[in-house]
Every structure is written in structure tokens, then in C-alpha cells.
Write a protein that binds this ligand. Structure first.
Ligand code: PRP
Length: 212
């Protein structure tokens, strides 16, 4: 049987994931010494970590080329749910928020509002729930610029410490959703490799819940 393949979001979530695996007693030396390699064996070789961009974690898991994935709830909300979400990993905590210029009532007036976001699906769903028509403009990064430049009335973006908003004269108007890193599992793998997956999830849960 090939190793259990886990797609892992590179960057922010990578370090915390490796720390949790190590706390669960899974050797991650190869990940620390990865160089430019993208597929790394961990533990006794029965697990492989695949380093990829957040949205691609979902693509690989949905298509079954990776059995499991570690990805933020933000990416899950934006990109689909054709997989099982089995565990809240407890790190990568932040929130989706509607933000706009400080002191300005986002909802005032009758003109259709313009909202910029890297997450157009999340933004549309949020306003559909309110039965409010808004125009959504997709921005690739540094979304805070859109209201500053006069392109949008507000943004839907990730807020962690709130520093980026504060330093750009913006403020949270409303929380859209709480976010953290999640473990996802391919639907076929869940049946075919049930024992191995359940065992790993149990070990990670114990490590997550253990006192420091
Ligand atoms: C994210 C997010 C905010 C910032 C929030 O951006 O889009 O800009 O972090 O963090 P804070 O509340 O702690 O200031 P990221 O660094 O991922 O870059 P991006 O804007 O290019 O997406």
C-alpha cells in the first residue's frame, strides 16, 4: 500500500502542522530538511506530506491523489466541500470580517454597495443570507487597498490581529465567520483507509488537547 498522502498548506499553517505531528510522536525531520522538495516522508514512512498552495490542497484531496489535507476553513468556505472535514486542528485561528473605513456606516444609503474580496463566494453567500444586493469585485491580495483607493465601500477579508485594518484607517463592521485550520479527508480514502486515518486523527486529537 502506498503511504497515506497528506496535502499541507505551505507557509503559515505548515509550521503549526509539523509541530502538532511532532507532538503526536511523528518524526518530521524530512520536512525540516526539505530544501526545495515538495513530497516528504514523515514518521515511519507510512505517511507522506505534500506541500502545496491552500486551494490546491482541496483540489488534490477532492481528486483523491491525496488522502487527507490540512487547510484553513477560509479556503474550504470559498472552494467547496466535496470531502469530509474531520478535525479542527486548533491553530490558524482568525476570522472573516466585513470591514470598511472607520466611522462610516457601511449599510447607510440606498445605493448598491461594492465589496472587494479575495473570497467572492464567501462574500456573495454572506450578503445573500442578508438578502442584500452587492457588487463583488475580486482582488488578489492587499484587499485593504480597495476602499482606500475608492474602488469599494467595504471588504470581506481575513482579520487576525486587526493591525492591517487599524494601520489603514479601516475597522471591522461585522464578523462573517470564525476560521481555523481543518483536517479534510477524501471520501473514498475514508472508506478504503479508514483504520489508518482514524488512528492518525485520534493521535492528533490527543496531541492537540494535551497540556503544554
Ligand atoms: C492577510 C489578510 C489581511 C491580514 C490580516 O493578508 O488578507 O491583509 O493578513 O492580518 P492582521 O489582522 O493580523 O493584520 P496576507 O498577509 O495573507 O496577504 P494578502 O493581503 O496579500 O492576502
Amino acid at each position: 500500500m502506498r503511504p497515506l498522502r497528506i496535502a499541507l498548506t505551505k507557509g503559515r499553517l505548515e509550521k503549526s502542522t509539523v509541530a502538532l505531528f511532532e507532538k503526536a510522536g511523528i518524526d518530521c525531520t524530512q520536512v525540516h530538511e526539505k530544501g526545495r522538495r515538495l513530497i516528504l516522508p514523515v514518521g515511519d514512512g507510512s505517511i507522506e506530506m505534500v506541500l502545496s498552495k491552500a486551494a490546491d490542497v482541496i483540489t488534490y484531496v477532492e481528486n483523491g491523489v491525496c488522502d487527507m489535507g490540512v487547510v484553513g476553513k477560509d479556503t474550504i468556505m470559498e472552494n467547496g466541500t466535496r470531502f469530509f472535514e474531520v478535525m479542527d486542528l486548533g491553530f490558524g485561528r482568525c476570522r472573516f470580517a466585513l470591514a470598511g473605513p472607520k466611522g462610516v456606516d457601511f449599510y447607510a444609503g440606498y445605493r448598491e454597495k461594492i465589496v472587494a474580496s479575495k473570497y467572492p463566494n464567501v462574500t456573495r453567500a454572506f450578503f445573500e443570507e442578508k438578502m442584500m444586493d452587492v457588487r463583488v469585485i475580486k482582488i488578489e491580495g492587499s484587499v485593504e487597498l480597495a476602499p482606500l483607493l475608492g474602488l469599494a465601500d467595504g471588504i470581506v477579508d481575513i482579520v487576525e490581529t486587526g493591525t492591517t485594518l487599524r494601520e489603514n484607517g479601516l475597522e471591522v463592521k461585522e464578523t462573517v465567520a470564525d476560521i481555523s485550520a481543518r483536517m479534510i479527508v477524501n471520501t473514498a480514502s475514508m472508506k478504503l483507509r479508514k483504520a489508518q486515518i482514524e488512528d492518525l486523527v485520534r493521535r492528533l486529537e490527543i496531541a492537540r488537547d494535551a497540556e503544554e
